[in-house]
Design a protein around this ligand. Sequence first.
Ligand code: SF4
Ligand code: SF4
Length: 176
Amino acid sequence: MLSSDGLLRLWTEIYEMTDTTTPLPTDCGKLCDSMCCRDWAPGVGVYLYPGEQLLIGDEPWLSRTWHDSRRYVFPPSWKEGGWFVTCEATCRRSLRPFGCRTFPLAPHLDTHSRLTMVLDENGGAICPLVQAGETALLTARFRATMRRAWMKLLCLKPIRDDVLQASSARDCRSNR
Ligand code: SF4
Ligand code: SF4
């Protein structure tokens, strides 16, 4: 795991890299009244990835709650737990969490550790882009930028472990 300074540098780079790229050439929030920024179900929010809180933990528009690994399921390398955050549908866009930036794409690692970007099935109830079921509808720039960002993040063991866990669960569901 990187030092705090190393994590801060990495997250600063990731935020700069992903700052202006969006899933569609126009604002996709017009398709759905920005559903993913609303309280579309009780308690919805996103997890910060390890180290991300160093960059945005104290923003006034963000509420964060510590989820202890004794009560919530995390990969063992997350150790004590992770930060779960919610907002009031307003954020400083340049500091929106990475989970908001990558949605509706999620990383998937196959059994040979090859990375593909897939639609995030967790957004199937709200996101017309997930419901459309076709990553090619998203701009090539968005897909390429998110892939590059994830390639960098996968060098961090806790993030890689989290992606492996989600990928394995996805494979199990699709083999049922
Ligand atoms: S729910 Fe999907 S289409 Fe709507 S704003 Fe979020 S990413 Fe865009
Ligand atoms: S932090 Fe910003 S992008 Fe993320 S859900 Fe809140 S308003 Fe939407």
